[in-house]
Design a protein around this ligand. Structure first.
Ligand code: GLP
Length: 242
């Protein structure tokens, strides 16, 4: 576990973007694991700047996103597909046909999950997986539970997760109740994992995830089993890390 705590946002973003850019420079056909949420946005901005300066190309890369809401139209501004297009894909040279986001509008959700997992198997393993962390320790949409699911599956969102994500919608009623998410097994298969957390409200869960016991009640704690995890924190999120 490689934990870095940054005094300023720019250094954190440059370090994260630098890792992704160096991967693409040495392996242009790399498979990137991408995340939504506010945590990776600064890194995506930095990657866009690097791309505009001609320092990095995504033309041959593939990407897989962690999750997508069920039942939200793909074109809805808060779908994770829209988020990725807005925050990254529309501003770089990635081939959209090589970007994978689960289809939350699929009529057969079980078949969509199985197909997503098969695509991951065929193109994977993911070279570098970006992750945020939920306030309750969820990674992607793998919520705390007595048992976790290894592969891509449909999940019922916890009320606290819906509340946390309600800030992006007009009201809590609009927040979907289910999502498709890669499983913890699919995530842990990545060769390298880059977890990002910012702000004081993430300090306690970061302590639990990386300093506490490995437990399904904090899904992020399973990352302690992975041999190559880099954690980038701002000072507030890292304030309880010893
Ligand atoms: C959502 C996503 C997660 C993300 C989490 C934290 O629930 N499904 O992948 O890590 O939110 O989001 P934020 O980075 O905005 O705190």
């Amino acid at each position: 576990m490689n934990i870095h705590i940054f005094e300023n946002e720019e250094d954190l973003n440059m370090t994260g973007a630098g890792l992704i850019a160096s991967l693409l420079q040495t392996k242009p056909r790399a498979v990137l694991g991408l995340a939504t949420g506010s945590s990776p946005v600064g890194i995506y901005k930095q990657l866009i700047t690097m791309h505009q300066k001609g320092l990095v190309s995504f033309a041959q890369a593939h990407s897989f996103n962690l999750d997508e809401y069920v039942g939200l139209p793909t074109k809805h501004r808060e779908s994770y597909r829209s988020f990725m297009n807005e925050q990254l894909f529309n501003h770089i040279d990635i081939d959209l046909s090589r970007t994978n986001v689960p289809n939350g509008e699929a009529s057969d959700l079980a078949a969509e999950c199985a197909d997503y997992e098969r695509r991951l198997e065929d193109l994977g393993p993911v070279d570098l997986q970006i992750l945020g962390i939920g306030h309750n320790g969820h990674i992607a949409f793998n919520e705390p539970a007595t048992e976790l699911t290894a592969i891509t599956h449909v999940v019922d969102l916890k009320e606290e997760t819906r509340q946390a994500n309600a800030r992006f919608f007009d009201s809590i009623d609009e927040v979907p109740t289910q999502a498709i998410t890669m499983g913890v097994g699919s995530i842990l298969k990545a060769k390298q994992i880059l977890l990002i957390a910012r702000g004081e409200e993430k300090a306690e869960i970061i302590r639990e995830a990386f300093m506490g016991p490995i437990t399904t009640s904090c899904p992020a704690s399973l990352l302690q089993c992975h041999p190559n995890v880099v954690v980038l924190l701002d000072r507030a999120a890292g304030s309880l890390v010893r």
